[in-house]
Ligand binder design. Structure first.
Ligand SMILES: [Zn+2]
Ligand SMILES: [Zn+2]
Length: 381
């Protein structure tokens, strides 16, 4: 076969963008697909040329190389038969295959045994599913960190049939309906109606006697116990990845990952805010007025002493450095504890307490709202 101009094969200009090339390819691939032209033996040849041209021109590196000088790109010619396209052009067939199924999306299957896509697809390994589970943690365990076990459901290859779906002692055999290609024409001459073989579901093989353990699916759902290390200072809603502990892959593909999402029990006193804890601390108005030393609980137990200045106001915040949650990103470091002062007013007074307070009121003879009125007056309408 002659050396062809790949741009002419796709019917695009030399300056065509990748999008133009992709569009042209898509159109021609549909037009010349062998399933769409069962009466025309040339269609298959054209189809292969189009595929090969696309393989080179859609790859910027190969395209540059091609642009540099003419080369014999269709060396294999018509004699290639069922060989993979690209085999004669430097053997980089794989890229075009994945592109092909990308392009055709749901129609990827139509390229049955003819182009080799089906074979590619069937032998491709796949990564196992990622699995997400939730773990409930007590405040203390989240604070200190804990190694715990979670139940992780995951799809695994069936051990009894080694994933084939065939009863032990038997093996899957080539599908008689599609001859192993996984594809079938439902309506001659109309390629859009060609699709996955319904008998084998596109696998190309059928199981005569299904494996009892997995009902022929080749996969079983198992719940495994997986050990997870929860870091000290874990927050509610944290996602911990345990690599490789999700569903197992197929045909040697890697296992998926397990994600453990934490649910941390809410603490009645310490509310999490970033790496800090916030706690509201009641203080009597006498303590606040006179000033005093008060004890405040620490999240991990024990107390911390705080010095209240005389005249401390309600809502005042005080920071206790290093008494917050352990920082996940900096080992050994902790956030702070934010103490919010809440003034407590006695609900009941004894007769003597009442007299003392009345005496105090006489003594102070103050108008605490004087400023309020003054400001309202000055700024008012
Ligand atoms: Zn099985
Ligand atoms: Zn079949």
């Amino acid at each position: 076969m002659d050396t062809k101009d790949l741009y002419k094969v796709l019917g695009v200009e030399k300056s065509a963008s990748q999008d133009d090339i992709r569009r042209a390819y898509r159109k021609l691939a549909r037009k010349y697909h062998p399933d769409a032209n069962p009466e025309d033996p040339d269609a298959e040849t054209r189809f292969k040329e189009v595929q090969q041209a696309y393989e080179i021109l859609s790859n910027p590196e190969k395209r540059r190389e091609y642009d540099r000088g003419p080369r014999e790109y269709f060396g294999g010619g018509a004699g290639q038969g069922g060989r993979q396209p690209g085999g004669g052009a430097g053997g980089a067939g794989e890229a075009s295959f994945s592109d092909l199924s990308d392009l055709f999306g749901g129609f990827g299957d139509i390229f049955g045994g003819r182009s080799g896509t089906q074979q590619q697809r069937r032998s491709a390994s796949t990564k196992g599913d990622d699995v997400t589970v939730t773990v409930n943690l007590r405040f203390k365990d989240a604070f200190q960190g804990i190694t715990t076990r979670v139940n992780a459901p995951a799809e695994e290859s069936c051990g009894d049939c080694r994933g084939t779906g065939a009863a032990p002692g038997t093996a899957p055999r080539t599908c008689p309906d599609c001859g192993g290609s996984g594809m079938k024409n439902r309506d001659q001459g109309f390629f859009a109606l060609s699709g996955t073989c319904s008998r084998c579901g596109g696998k190309g093989t059928v199981v005569e006697k299904p494996c009892p353990a997995c009902s022929g699916r080749g996969r079983v759902r198992r719940v495994r116990q997986v050990t997870v290390k929860i870091p000290a200072g874990a927050r509610d809603g944290m996602k911990i990845r345990v690599p490789g502990r999700g569903g197992s892959g197929t045909r040697g593909g890697p296992a998926g990952d397990l994600y453990v999402v934490t649910r941390v029990e809410e603490h009645p006193v310490f509310k999490r805010q970033g790496d800090d804890f916030v706690a509201e601390v009641p203080v009597s108005f006498v303590e606040a007025a006179l000033g005093s030393e008060i004890a405040v609980p620490r999240p991990e137990g024990g107390t911390v002493k705080l010095r209240l200045a005389a005249g401390t106001q309600d809502g005042k915040q005080m920071r206790v450095r290093g008494a917050g949650a352990p920082r996940a990103k900096a080992r050994g470091e902790r956030g702070d504890l934010m103490v919010k002062i809440r003034l407590v007013v006695p609900e009941k007074l004894t007769k003597r307490e009442k007299e003392i307070l009345e005496a105090l009121a006489d003594e102070r003879d103050e108008d605490v709202r004087e400023r309020l009125f003054r400001e309202a007056r000055e700024a008012g309408a």
